[in-house]
Design a protein around this ligand. Structure first.
Ligand code: PMP
Length: 404
């Protein structure tokens, strides 16, 4: 039985006062909070098994290498990748995007096309723009409608044999839209283009099956799914990872180094130069176990309840405009109060001990589309409650009264 009050006991940070009031944490799309089991695993790592991995023949190094590789295997199984060596440890989604965009430099020529969507986070726009600047490729954008849904008929029209890679997020951080990525993947493949999925906002809410999706790359960050900052995964299909050159040179990624020529290690080590964030990689596996122990059906049911309740309660307030009303949405509500700047409202909401995000959410093109400076974004996790939403409603009414 899912008992949200029992689950909240797993998260020590939630049990605190801010400005003398109990904290309400609604900034989960920026980063999630961490359960005891994750916090304890970080400490355990340093107290019991800290040693550099894949080096030295000593026992402790073998123990930490085994823990790191077991975590890789756990994540492989979680996302249903075919091989563990297709699962690369990264520092987060941003690194995953940059690794692939950098690698594509060798595969693109002038006039080739890269397709992104209008719904992207800056980290899934800028690396592709930089790739286009380096290669002379052209960036095309899948437009969206007023609900914050991608216009698929226009996407179809953008595809051609010049399209080399299509990159979209699974779920938008700014609006919560769940994108029809299976359609996008299949359609792009029919033109021979590779597909990169930014899964940063998806993995806290659902389990991506990378083989069923048939995506070529899928990147995510550990810190948004109850794991440590500095942990992340880039899944890549073996054939693509073999095609891409190494991202960084250094220790661990080589087979043999001479001053005349260096040969590279096989997957996944070719892309894992230097000492990684070992503890974060291991503890990301702990976070995945924790989420699975709660159960993604339970997570989704609780978050849907929060989304429905929050949406209907907010809409009862005069002058509230929800930005992003897609049919398929996760538990993100981006909104504005008529005539009030989101920063001003955010300041008052903060003083009521409610953590929401205000601004452009690293998605300025979305704000340009709606012609707004930003939004107030409340993003819910499975450990949030409807009582906390009541606190948000109270704070929004207060902000509106004070600023009108
Ligand atoms: N893409 C999306 C959709 C995101 O929400 C984020 C984080 N806000 C990122 C990419 C970047 O993730 P990170 O900062 O963890 O690398």
């Amino acid at each position: 039985m899912f008992d949200v009050h029992k689950i909240r006991e797993d998260f020590p940070i939630l049990n605190q006062q801010v400005y003398g009031k109990p904290l309400v944490y609604f900034d989960n799309a920026a980063t999630s909070q961490k359960p005891h089991v994750v916090i304890d695993s970080i400490s355990d790592y340093y107290q019991k098994i800290n040693a550099n991995i894949h080096r030295g023949v000593h026992k402790l190094s073998q123990v930490s290498t085994d823990a790191y590789e077991q975590s890789r295997e756990k994540i492989r199984s979680h996302i249903n990748a075919k091989h563990a060596y297709e699962v690369l440890f990264t520092s987060g989604t941003t690194m995953g995007v940059n690794l692939v965009a950098s690698g594509f430099t060798t595969l693109l020529k002038k006039g080739d096309e890269v397709i992104v969507s209008a719904l992207e986070h800056h980290s899934n726009i800028v690396p592709w723009q930089m790739l286009c600047e380096r290669t002379g490729a052209v960036l095309k954008v899948i437009p969206m409608n007023e609900s914050g849904e991608l216009k698929l008929d226009e996407f179809d029209g953008l595809l051609s044999d010049k399209t080399k890679i299509v990159t979209v997020n699974h779920i938008s951080n700014a609006l919560g839209t769940v994108n029809p990525i299976k359609y996008i993947i299949d359609k792009a493949h029919s033109f021979g283009a590779a597909v990169f999925i930014d899964g940063a906002q998806a993995v806290p809410h659902l389990v991506p099956d990378v083989r069923a999706l048939d995506c070529d790359f899928y990147a995510f960050s550990g810190h948004k799914m109850c794991g440590p900052t500095g942990s992340g995964i880039l899944y890549g299909k073996e054939e693509w990872l073999e095609k891409l050159p190494p991202y960084q040179g250094g220790g661990e990624m080589i087979k043999e180094v001479t001053f005349e020529k260096t040969t590279y290690a096989g997957l996944p080590h070719k892309f894992e130069a230097g000492t990684p964030n070992i503890e974060a990689g291991i503890v990301l596996g702990t976070a995945v176990d924790y989420l699975n122990s709660i159960g993604f059906e339970n997570i989704q049911a609780q978050e849907k309840k929060l989304l429905d309740y929050g949406t209907s309660e907010l809409l009862k307030i005069d002058g509230i405009k929800i930005v992003g009303t897609a049919k398929e949405k996760t538990s993100v509500i981006s909104f504005n109060i008529d005539g009030i700047h989101p920063y001003d409202a955010g300041t008052i909401i903060d003083k009521m001990a409610i953590a929401v995000r205000t601004g452009h959410h690293c998605a300025q093109p979305i704000m340009q589309f709606f012609d707004i400076p930003g939004t107030i974004r409340a993003s819910f996790a499975f450990y949030n409650t409807t009582e906390e939403i009541d606190r948000l409603i109270e704070a929004v009414i207060k902000a509106k009264t004070m600023l009108s």
